[in-house]
Design a protein around this ligand. Structure first.
Ligand SMILES: Cc1cc2nc3c(=O)[nH]c(=O)nc-3n(C[C@H](O)[C@H](O)[C@H](O)COP(=O)(O)OP(=O)(O)OC[C@H]3O[C@@H](n4cnc5c(N)ncnc54)[C@H](O)[C@@H]3O)c2cc1C
Ligand code: FES
Length: 503
């Protein structure tokens, strides 16, 4: 039985979030993107007396924050050992400090709201390869000053054996939409104007400041903060430095008598699994399971990933029934650390936050702290390494490899045999066809026919059907489009052109 498909448990149980009707003509700071980074930055700046406009192309929490698994944890899978390996110990310590400040700031705002539940966090392995990752992560945690406990085989509250694990007490699981509701409410109390369905389109420099162009008019401002996940303005070719990673998440009802695990968990095996609990619409406890990330647009049949998530859950938790499923993506910078700082041009007046690599509950807030500091001319000391977009020698190697892969996919996209897809129940079918020199993406979903260009409006990748989510996804840099061609997310700024004549 599948209910509420493609709607995260957090959206299904979100408190109402109020917004404003009018875009003001002037402001001190415009913050584009009302996910966690944007909402936190708006609150910080407005509470210090700045006039702030927070705008979103869709709605508050419409993208990754509203679809996260939302563990607010300093224990983060393989993250710290990866940072220790590259860029190195100084960046590792700065990262740990940034994340720890962010955790404290957010918890202070959420006290007594019910949006946060304290939990013990575990990183675990079920085999030899994972054991080695746990060992390396334990070393990095010690260098980062985290008080972790290391376990061999033993019970960490899961119904299957683990071969080793790390434990860190007093971490949290969040209801991310309740978090946003609280931050937005507080920001509005401090005068922030929140405008939804208002896409940032461009920014122009003037002697006195900036003119910010949006889908609903212009705003004059002194600063612009891009908190749009993938940066909405990309002067620095960030698309070549950011790798998207998409993931399916399911919420499951456990059979009567089966207790849900009490902690928050992430495995470091080859296929990672993320586990936590959440409350369903009726207040019942559900198990939330995520994992097995992939590059959007590169999987020929995404439905199989969702099936695999169900299969794994039904083996680990026999009798579990999926009640919700959804998917989301986040981005990783080629230099291995998040970016939080000024982008090129604009005399430092345009700032951006990105590359949280699925640890944005802390990093988005750290970015807000750093960018609010930059906007006031006094960023915190720990923020310096995160304003650096240089990739280093090894990062450059990885970038070259990834861009060569992209170049290869440009060619295979154009020479790929025509592909067609059909849902098992016949409710959707899609295909990419060639009409002369044109590539056309045709779909029929629940009886609605659409025919649009099959060529991504970012840099020309040939799109692929995402059978589970019923979208057209780009294998080059991860842009996604609805069947009717509307941009959903990623670096693309323009919708796909209609091509007419769907069959
Ligand atoms: C499956 C998954 C699980 C995760 N689990 C965890 C976890 O357990 N713990 C953790 O710490 N992190 C986790 N993360 C990461 C975390 O959720 C994200 O890093 C974080 O939510 C990103 O917040 P954000 O504000 O940067 O972006 P978003 O929440 O994506 O917000 C960006 C906003 O910008 C808007 N926008 C886009 N373009 C424009 C434009 N041109 N103009 C105006 N608005 C625009 C969008 O509509 C959107 O609302 C996970 C991520 C994924 C994908
Ligand atoms: S996302 Fe860059 S070409 Fe499609």
């Amino acid at each position: 039985m599948i209910e509420n498909a493609e709607r995260s448990i957090w959206r299904a149980t979100s408190p109402r979030i109020e917004a404003d009707a009018e875009l003001p003509a002037e402001s001190d700071v415009v913050v584009a993107g009302a996910g966690l980074a944007g909402a936190a930055a708006a609150l910080m700046l407005s509470s210090r007396g700045h006039r702030v406009v927070l705008l979103d192309a869709a709605a508050v929490g419409a993208r990754t924050t509203g679809d996260s698994t939302a563990k607010l944890s300093l224990l983060q899978g393989r993250t710290l050992s990866t940072l220790l390996e590259r860029p190195g110990p100084a960046a590792l310590r700065a990262y740990a400090e940034a994340n720890s400040h962010a955790q404290v700031w957010l918890r202070d705002r959420l006290h007594g709201t019910g949006a946060e539940e304290r939990r013990t966090a575990y990183t675990y392995a079920t085999g030899v390869e994972g054991d080695e990752a746990v060992r390396r992560e334990a070393e990095a945690c010690v260098l980062a000053g985290l008080d972790v406990r290391v376990h061999g085989r033993g019970d960490i509250g899961l119904p299957f054996p683990v071969s080793s694990s790390l434990e860190l007490e007093d971490q949290s699981q969040l209801h991310p939409m309740a978090v946003l509701a609280q931050l937005v409410r507080d920001a509005r109390r401090h005068g922030t104007v929140v405008v939804e369905h208002c896409r940032l389109r461009a920014v122009h420099d003037e002697a006195e400041g900036l003119v910010v162009e949006t889908a609903r008019g212009r705003v004059r401002a002194r600063r612009l903060i891009l908190a749009t996940g993938f940066p909405a303005l990309d002067r620095d070719a960030f698309f070549a430095r950011l790798t998207p990673s998409r993931q399916f998440v399911g919420a499951y009802r456990l059979p009567a008598g089966m207790a849900a695990p009490d902690g928050i968990y992430l495995s470091v095996d080859r296929i990672s699994r993320s586990l936590r609990t959440a409350r369903g619409e009726g207040g019942e406890t559900l198990l939330v399971v995520g994992g097995n990330s992939y590059f959007p647009g590169r999987d020929p049949d995404t439905s199989q990933r969702l099936d695999a998530l169900d299969r794994w859950t039904s083996i680990a938790f026999p009798g579990a029934v999926r009640t919700h499923w959804w998917a989301a993506q986040d981005y990783r910078m080629a230099n291995g650390r998040p970016f939080m700082g000024p982008i090129s041009g604009h005399d430092g007046r345009v700032l951006a936050a990105m590359g949280f690599a699925k640890w944005g509950m802390t990093n988005a807030v750290a970015a807000a702290i750093a960018l609010a500091g930059h906007a006031e001319g006094s960023p915190p000391e720990w923020a310096a390494p995160f304003a650096d977009r240089a990739v280093g020698r090894r990062g450059a190697g990885e970038m070259l490899k990834s861009n060569a892969e992209v170049a290869g996919r440009v060619v295979t996209g154009w020479t790929r045999p025509q592909e067609s897809y059909r849902d098992a129940d016949g409710s959707a079918r899609a295909r990419v066809i060639r009409r002369g020199v044109l590539s056309v993406a045709e779909s029929v979903v629940d009886g609605t026919h659409c025919a649009v260009s099959a060529v991504c409006t970012h840099l020309g990748g040939v799109l692929r059907w995402n059978s589970a989510e019923r979208s057209w996804d780009c294998p080059l840099h991860g842009s996604r489009f609805a069947p009717d061609g509307r941009v959903l997310e990623g670096p693309a700024k323009h919708d796909l052109k209609p091509k007419g004549g769907a069959s």
